[in-house]
Design a protein around this ligand. Structure first.
Ligand code: 6GU
Length: 239
């Protein structure tokens, strides 16, 4: 997977994406991340990229031309028109299924806005997907782009080790992960649930599923509605 990020703050992307699992995947050749500075495509006196909105109103807008030229530099290099994700609170809210689907692409372009947004005309010409990461407002699209790249990368074959990929499927089932414990057996007076020390694998699996369901019912009842529970499991969460 090759990520291409169009941004006014390329150093944010470069510094944020080279640690831990993602850094290892880049070093291993499973991923690449290219940050393209939109300002490098502002061919005017002061490399200006913003201007006032027609019709008035607060703030400045990113102008169409530098954004377009930055995009075009990527498109020409690739020789085809890749999917372009524009990060915006006005987009569809990101979720695990979307991450899985986007991970099938060979290249993905992320367009990060700043100020009050971007001239609509360039969005109409280049953007294929409008995506938000949740119902709150951020100052720019860089953090959302990094959030998306992280979760998409986990779905790219080779990025996670076998051990790491065990955690992958929980959201696909619309259930939250069950609680986990490591040594010592007792900490601050709290004991590890005895079933986990029993070595009885069927009982452990049953306990974990029950805990997943209870936790989802408590913290994310909206998710539970979409989960595939047996009649018996439904009756247990309802009481
Ligand atoms: Cl994608 N961008 C910005 N600026 N704010 C957001 C967002 C995106 N998603 C949630 N808030």
């Amino acid at each position: 997977m090759n990520f291409h990020v169009l941004t006014l703050f390329p150093e944010m992307i470069e510094q944020g994406m080279h640690t831990s699992i993602i850094g290892r995947a880049i070093a291993g050749g499973y991923l690449s991340i290219d940050a393209i500075n939109i300002r490098d495509y502002a061919f005017n006196k002061h490399q200006k990229v913003d201007d006032y909105p027609y019709g008035g109103g607060a703030g400045m807008l990113m102008q169409a031309e530098p954004v377009y030229l930055a995009y075009e530099s990527v498109q020409k290099k690739l020789g085809y028109r890749p999917r372009v994700v524009y990060l915006t609170p006005q987009g569809e809210v990101f979720h695990q299924t979307m991450a899985k689907e986007l991970a099938k692409e060979k290249d993905l372009v992320f367009l990060c806005g700043h100020y009050e947004g971007i001239d609509e005309r360039v969005l109409d010409e280049i953007v294929t997907d409008y995506v938000s990461i949740g119902d709150y407002v951020l100052t720019g699209g860089e953090l959302p782009a990094m959030v998306m790249m992280d979760s998409i990368s986990r779905m790219v074959p080779g990025v996670l080790s076998n051990q790491e990929s065990g955690e992958t499927e929980s959201f696909a089932e619309n259930l939250l992960e069950y609680p986990q414990y490591s040594r010592p057996e007792e900490w601050h007076g709290q004991k590890v649930p005895p079933v986990l020390l029993s070595g009885h694998h069927a009982n452990i699996e049953a306990w974990r599923r029950e805990q997943s369901i209870l936790r989802t019912a408590k913290r994310r009842p909206d998710l539970l509605k979409k989960a595939d529970l047996t009649n018996k499991e439904w009756s247990q969460v309802r009481q």
